[in-house]
Design a protein around this ligand. Sequence first.
Ligand code: GTP
Length: 299
Amino acid sequence: MSEPHRSGFACFVGRPNAGKSTLTNALVGSKVAITSSKPQTTRHAIRGIVHRPDSQLIIVDTPGLHRPRTLLGQRLNDLVYATWSEVDVVGLCVPADEKIGPGDRYIAGELRKVAKRTPVIGIVTKTDLAPRDQVAAQLVAMQDLLDFAEIVPVSAKDGFQLDVLADLLVKRLPEGPELYPGGELTDEPEQTLVAELIREAALEGVRDELPHSLAVTIEEMLPREGRDDLLDVHAFLYVERPSQKGIVLGHKGQRLKQVGTQARKQIENLLGTKIYLDLHVKIAKDWQRDPKQLRRLGF
Ligand SMILES: Nc1nc2c(ncn2[C@@H]2O[C@H](COP(=O)(O)OP(=O)(O)OP(=O)(O)O)[C@@H](O)[C@H]2O)c(=O)[nH]1
């Protein structure tokens, strides 16, 4: 009997410069994330898709985790935490050529606190930069960092063990159909993050009532004509049932107004520009079970 088709989500975590973006690009096979020798270039949740006959692995590239000093820093961390508990598997990256340090231990600790049930694969990156015995020592040292589901050495630069890593990640995905038919990549990174901020604001306080029944799409994000300091953002909030629409709207739409105000502040912080935010609530029945709908909603 052949193996069932699997599909789902993974993200890579690790201290700045650990090689997460480069690894995503190497696995996906096309350049989706920005890499740089300067730390902390990745600020947006960018997805890449590893599309194979037996599986579809969607990689969510989260912002780096920082000890939060500002509201935006806290906000970005919250996004990271939300991502960790939503994905099917996490890869914790530690470079082969640098000692495991407080930064790695901080992330490992947070990961265990926030996403207790998510399996974590330990990835020793950049093996081309270290001699074999150093790579071996790093693999051993990794065992003290976390109770990893697996530990694997890779090099994104020369492609070493990338197929092994992909297999290990895919093994942790649930059975399911392609979420992006044909492996098409349509996500706009900035829009994805804006949608996530709106979704977070809309779930605030009603998470128990609407856990996974809320999806947000950005219909349009354009500068206001004749103004370079104002961005018009039109978004749809999709729920599954009329009762859920009521929860999102609140009495006389009051709740949606607050959601809009809160999300607008966050987006303005993030993009550094003024925002006009227009939100509409729509009902999309059973969207979670329909791959076409899911795709339209950016999942
Ligand atoms: N030699 C070598 N260099 C690598 C490898 N992977 C990444 N690098 C380099 O390491 C640096 C950091 O890589 P990134 O992929 O940007 O690291 P990141 O973890 O995404 O960094 P942040 O976005 O800052 O969190 C870049 O200069 C890469 O070219 C690898 O396998 N081998």
